[in-house]
Design a protein around this ligand. Sequence first.
Ligand SMILES: Cc1cc2nc3c(=O)[nH]c(=O)nc-3n(C[C@H](O)[C@H](O)[C@H](O)COP(=O)(O)OP(=O)(O)OC[C@H]3O[C@@H](n4cnc5c(N)ncnc54)[C@H](O)[C@@H]3O)c2cc1C
Length: 422
Amino acid sequence: MSQQKITADVLVCGAGPSGFAAACSASRMGANVLLVEKYGFPGGAASACLVNPFMISKMNGQDLVRGIFSELIQKLAEKNACKEGSLFDQPHIVFDPEVLKFIMMQMLEQDKVKLLLHSTVVGSIMKGTEIKGVVINGKSGDQQIFAKVVIDATGDGDVAFLSGCGFEKGRKGDGLCQPMTIMFRIGGVDVDKMPAREEINRLYSEKKAHGDIRSPRENFLWFETTRKDEIHVNSTRVPKVDGTDVFDLTKAEIEGRKQVQSIFDFLKGDISGFENSFISYVAPQIGVRETRRITGEYVLNEDDVVEGRKFDDPVAKCNYPIDIHSPEGNSTTFKKLGPGIHYEIPYRCMVPKKVDSLIVTGRAISSTHEALSSARVMPTCVALGQAAGIAAAIAIRKHIQPRKIDYNDLRKDLNDQEAGMR
Ligand SMILES: Cc1cc2nc3c(=O)[nH]c(=O)nc-3n(C[C@H](O)[C@H](O)[C@H](O)COP(=O)(O)OP(=O)(O)OC[C@H]3O[C@@H](n4cnc5c(N)ncnc54)[C@H](O)[C@@H]3O)c2cc1C
């Protein structure tokens, strides 16, 4: 790689739902933004891990997450690439992941975000406790990038970790994280011939009792897609693995694909509607639900979520349930919030305690294992990202640290960007 000095006002690391939104919002504030991503496309878990659908938060028919997330949905709808639905009384939006990639690329281009793909952040450049930039690695070798504010949107808190920020991983006691899941799709399904969910699950349990299903998951979970003859399967589970360890990730990818095959064999062999079906797509990467959660100025906890706590510095609103896929892999805790209850996530959850000039957004925010099981859903990560980008731009404009910004400034710009934080 050429050794010219690469600089940006705001450097966003990771182009998942959160980093994508952070890059767009910072750029809309007039900042010079560089977005660095290890894959060849944006979308993060929504594209690379085939995670679907968007678990949305609605209150009295109104969306709790607006702004850039609403823009994405509108653009998907214009292309007939999304559909509202609900399962177990939880509203969601299924979407076409390929169209999502195009739309994200288009929005980044329109917002004049510079994009650097195939580049993995492998180091941080520090001056004392302040991050000055990162080191990326790719086909062209190592390269330094300097920025006034860095946003860690890697999902795993990679930049925060490399900068010496404190973090927690997994649940209290044994540190185990939620299991990983490799998502896949089955095409050629005669959906009208499929038995009811209860019947499929009865047969699934029977088969599992005979040891014929490899996944430890207690039931078979599937969603519709935007295509008539296709289903989306979220039923594999690889427990007791660490998403920040390449040896564990390798083990999980291998085991995950074996589970895909065994679940597909069950459906094709035992369930009507699957006679002519085929595996149409397996996610390029296994989905990692949980890894590092940084130690920030505030730690969002389970009581905040279930009691619908409000804060002086809210940046996102959510009412998605506590949804913990047990770290053992064989059960799910799904605790709904009471009727009419939603909680807020304070800006302080994105501000690391020890590192300056760094904002952490998305899945790695400062929270407990339990609170993250709700806050991690993609629309909320988009909302957090939008706020992170704005906060970074404000800090630069005012020549202050992100932890020192005035929330009133953040709220004003969030509302100017129609993020609904009034
Ligand atoms: C199996 C599974 C099922 C889920 N189900 C749902 C669901 O049904 N609905 C829902 O709304 N949410 C669901 N989620 C949650 C949701 O997908 C994630 O929490 C969300 O995508 C997190 O967004 P993010 O932007 O923080 O991180 P990610 O989506 O993980 O994006 C991070 C991005 O950073 C990049 N990156 C990582 N490390 C580096 C690095 N060192 N250098 C450069 N780039 C890097 C990655 O390639 C990626 O593009 C699920 C998650 C999983 C794993």
